[in-house]
Design a protein around this ligand. Structure first.
Ligand SMILES: [Mg+2]
Length: 411
């Protein structure tokens, strides 16, 4: 029996999430851009309206505004992108366990043994509708017997559309497309193929296998198989840890930080945010990283490994504070403007390969407490519980940080 593979691609993912968060943006020309102050004023993503004015990913905000004077620029909100990516993945998981993420906004789903009834087109349409109704985001879906064709299919009709590619329609739908549309065929290979007189997928599909082997080695026949939709690579389920490389949180304090006492409070507050997010993503971290940006905008960073992977704020904060003391001496060094705590070397919380440490029971207990805190905060708001360390006088949030900067998620 033929396999049934879907490729689901979130349309204009970053810009679409920004519009869900702020519906006023929906009918405007939107570009998600790095901060201009930090000299990162580059377009990271745009919506269809901005695209129609010629705005391109990677160009400077200045260039984009020349083409589209009404362009509204918004700062990226990475944590929300991960949050929505997870929500959408959760919808996919109602249909199959075989989900392979390809970046933050694309997934392959093997639905060969899907429990839901209906034709492949109907299942794809149902997933598409659920994503739209439950998240406000849209996806394009490609349906085919191979990963390469499914991916190709999701590119053909956008936004919010399903494209089915079959053996019967491939000659009309796929064969006229340029070879460069195929997964894994970059500009170099495209040029080489061009020299052999091959410019379309159809020409590659019908090319002489021996000729391709001579020019490209073992990859040649593989490319031909891909072009014919006969690649048999499996959908390999992967966890979010493959997509998310780090989880971090930083803030520029209201007043420059010049004592270890204040730095400690900010670090503990930031670590709470980081840990809450790790728990939400069902991830644990094995490495903690601190970055201090001083008031002359130079910065210093340091990192360390943890003996046991954790999603506990306490352990992350302890490590981050320890690192801070190693690289910053308030009596000698400049005051700190921005503090960022991040975690890397992430693994899934249900990984059986997790190393068991002597302190295992201590960390398990700590994690249990923090999970309980999560559920209380979920019910009564993030500020309903806080560490004693952060309690005295006014809270860190009132005194040093902007509340907006410190919310792990919009409630
Ligand atoms: Mg996309």
């Amino acid at each position: 029996m033929d396999r049934l593979i879907l490729h689901c691609d979130l349309n204009n993912f970053y810009a679409s999430v920004e519009c869900v968060l702020n519906p006023d943006l929906a009918d405007k020309y939107i570009a998600v851009c790095g901060s201009i102050d930090d000299r990162h004023g580059i377009v990271l993503a745009k919506n269809y309206k901005a695209k129609s004015m010629g705005v391109k990913t990677g160009e400077t905000v200045w260039e984009a505004k020349q083409k589209c004077p009404d362009l509204v620029t918004v700062r990226p909100h990475g944590e929300y992108y991960v949050f929505y990516s997870l929500r959408v993945r959760e919808i996919y998981s109602r249909y199959t366990d075989l989900i392979e993420a390809f970046g933050i906004d694309e997934c392959w789903l093997d639905i060969t043994n899907c429990k839901h009834s209906g034709s492949p087109q109907q299942i794809a349409d149902r997933i598409r509708n659920e994503v739209r109704e439950q998240t406000g985001l849209t996806i394009s879906v490609g349906v085919a017997c191979s990963k390469v064709y499914a991916k190709l299919g999701s590119d053909l009709k956008k936004p919010d559309a399903t494209t089915v590619i079959t053996r019967e329609n491939r000659e009309q739908v796929v064969y006229p497309l340029p070879v460069s549309d195929l997964l894994m065929i970059g500009p170099k290979t495209t040029n080489k193929l061009f020299n052999l007189g091959i410019t379309t997928i159809g020409e590659l599909a019908n090319a002489d296998e021996q000729l391709l082997k001579r020019y490209f080695g073992i990859v040649g026949p593989q490319m031909r198989n891909n072009a014919r939709g006969e690649d048999n690579s499996a959908v390999r389920p992967n966890g979010l840890e493959r997509t998310i490389k780090s989880v971090g949180h930083g803030t520029t304090t209201r007043v420059d930080t010049s004592t270890l006492t204040v730095a400690k409070k900010v670090i503990y507050t930031l670590s709470e945010m980081v840990a809450t997010r790790l728990r939400r993503y069902h991830l644990k971290a094995s490495s903690v990283h601190i970055d201090l940006r001083f008031n002359d905008l130079t910065h210093r960073s340091h990192q360390c490994s943890l003996t046991t992977p954790t999603f506990s704020a306490g352990f992350i904060a302890d490590a981050a504070y320890c690192l801070t003391k190693q690289i910053w001496n308030p009596s000698k060094d400049l005051p700190i403007r921005t503090i960022t705590v991040s975690t890397t070397k992430l693994s899934g919380t249900c990984d059986c390969g997790e190393q068991v440490s002597f302190f295992e029971h201590v960390s398990r207990k700590q994690e249990k407490i923090e999970q309980t805190v999560d559920s209380i905060r979920h019910k009564y708001g993030f500020g309903s519980m806080t560490r004693a360390l952060l309690l005295e006088n006014n809270s860190v949030v009132d005194k040093y940080c902007n509340e907006e900067d410190l919310l792990p998620f919009r409630r």
